[in-house]
Design a protein around this ligand. Structure first.
Ligand code: PGA
Length: 262
């Protein structure tokens, strides 16, 4: 199963992620990072930016692939995921924008954009570390419940819940939130060599418990990570609140040899 690390707060989670990724880039300057939007990863990116600066790590060759993008939203829109990734990752980390890929949400090329994206990931050698948030319904990327566990990057229809959750980024105006998106598939995510899922807060507790301790089901997309050979959940106490075996996960982590890393 995945490794479950229960942390004090977002800062502790962010430090663990940042150490892991900074160590990777230090030994492999051409590392390929899987990038996520949403509020969850922001602290982790901040810690990674500090690590890169403090350790003087060269990131000029790092490549990045975002998880998803809205369909039909112009890339220059401030809430396009291209814009969000530029603001929250590329600029703070000092990455070269030419090496950062976001699925193409342009309507004209949408039918073929998914396959092209998966080909680009493969051509880059695959993703080394994929960071993920999780939706309250267990979605990862924009793979809503019911998504095929073998799916590649493709167009999906957003649920009304996700559109309402994201309306806050569009001035609270639901009509402005696109109805479709293009997202890495669950099968795409499972190909990343290491997946780190972060979750904070009580409202994620049920989705976290279903993902880790429930059955593998397309109705909880994050449960597919049970099939992944190297998945790490880094969650706070509130998000761990519905786990039946939380004490065991704490004990395992407390007794883990330091050389193993995460
Ligand atoms: P959040 O979103 O990080 O803003 O909570 C997570 C998600 O929907 O995947």
């Amino acid at each position: 199963m995945a490794e479950i690390i229960i942390v004090r707060d977002q800062d502790e989670a962010g430090e663990l992620y940042a150490h892991c990724v900074a160590d990777l880039i230090a030994v492999n300057p051409f590392a390929v990072l899987g990038l996520a939007t949403g509020s969850t990863p922001l602290t982790a990116y901040q810690h990674l930016a500090w690590q890169i600066r403090d350790r003087g790590i060269d990131v000029s060759h790092v490549r990045g692939f975002a998880l998803d993008e809205y369909a039909g939203l112009p890339v220059e829109h401030p809430e396009s995921y291209r814009s969000v990734i530029t603001r929250t990752v590329v600029e703070p980390l000092g990455l070269d924008p030419r090496h950062i890929h976001v699925p193409d949400g342009a309507l004209e090329t949408l039918p073929t954009a998914g396959e092209e994206y998966d080909r680009a990931i493969a051509a880059a050698g695959g993703i080394d570390v994929q960071i993920l948030g999780i939706g309250t319904d267990g979605h990862i990327g924009f793979n809503e419940p019911g998504s095929s566990l073998a799916s590649g990057t493709r167009v999906k229809t957003l649920t009304e819940q996700t559109r309402q959750d994201n309306a806050r980024f569009f001035g609270g105006n639901l009509d402005q939130v696109p109805t479709h998106c293009i997202t890495q598939g669950i099968g795409t995510i499972l190909k990343a060599r290491h997946v780190i899922l972060l979750a904070f807060g009580e409202n994620k507790a049920q989705a976290v418990a279903d993902s880790i301790e429930g059955g593998i089901s397309s109705f909880c997309p994050a449960s597919a990570l049970q099939l992944h050979p190297h998945a790490t959940f880094i969650i706070d106490e509130a998000a761990a609140g519905s786990l039946k075996r939380a004490d065991y996960y704490r004990w395992v982590y407390a007794n883990k040899p330091e050389w193993q890393g995460i």
